[in-house]
Design a protein around this ligand. Sequence first.
Ligand code: HEM
Length: 304
Amino acid sequence: MEKQPLAETAVNQIEKVFGRYPGYRRAHARGDIYEGVFAANGAASELTTAPHFQQGETRALVRFSHSSPDPTWTDIMSPVKGMAVQFHLPESAVANIVGVNSPIFVAKTPEVFTEMLTIMKSFKNGKPRIADLAQLVAKYPESRAGIDVLKKMHAPASFATGRYHAIHVFYFIDAHGNKRPVKYEWEPEAGVDTLSLAKAVSMPIEYYKADFEDRLAKGPVAFQLNIVLGEKEDPTDDPTQEWPADRKKLAIGRLLVTGKAESAETVIFDPTVATQGIECSEDRILNFRKEAYSISHDRRTKGM
Ligand code: HEM
């Protein structure tokens, strides 16, 4: 019998743990899509030839999401929120940056992630059992930091007040072919603000959507795009590790989210899709996501 590719096993496993919801993304199922404009300030033009990072404006599509694969979960059952940005480049090309409000991930490899899903059955109820977490950490010590971040995490008070990290490393390539490892983060201009427990408990369903649309009615919602510059000794293949806090950070542009997008539910925010001047790192989780997202896209657009 032919062996099932691991990405298919992973997506099947997500469905097994959280359920199958026809037409929805297999993770970050519930979310809202907006139009935006990204203005690059030119600070990255010495580091990359990517067209959207040369001084000037690029149209963007932005999807904010609640991380659960189950779209019936309330907003607050998913403290992890997503911000996926697709830059629309010349000649119908696109480049994506897909972030969440955590600087690190819980698994170093696709194999560990897929195995974790089997252990994480109790996540189905919104909160994992302590015993399940202890079992995970004992087996995969490198996952401790990511699990600790999740345990302590407070949801942002609004989609507009999260700091979103793309987690993985990418290489910027300049006009001479020099490569530099970078990590992306979106810094909210409204300031980082998280929800108190009291507010979280009383929050109505679709609070985030209503809040964001209230903000948009008053004007664009802004984020600054920063890159963190890696040094030689910094790991480039391990999403469970943060880089030292003193690494140089460079603001390379500003995104204005301006209004609702018509409908873009068929869009796929594949984090490996970039353009000239940007390359994916060797990180196996990053490269694995390409196939997993494609399987999810295929199923949901067929109404499965
Ligand atoms: C083994 C690792 C991972 C797997 C298997 C996985 C799986 C998935 C799947 C199946 C989707 C739905 C894709 C679609 O239908 O378009 C998705 C969406 C998403 N994932 Fe992951 N994911 C992984 C790691 C990560 C990491 C490390 C991040 C952090 C940056 C992340 C952030 C997101 C976000 C923000 C979305 C929603 C994108 C959108 O709005 O369309 N994922 N993920």
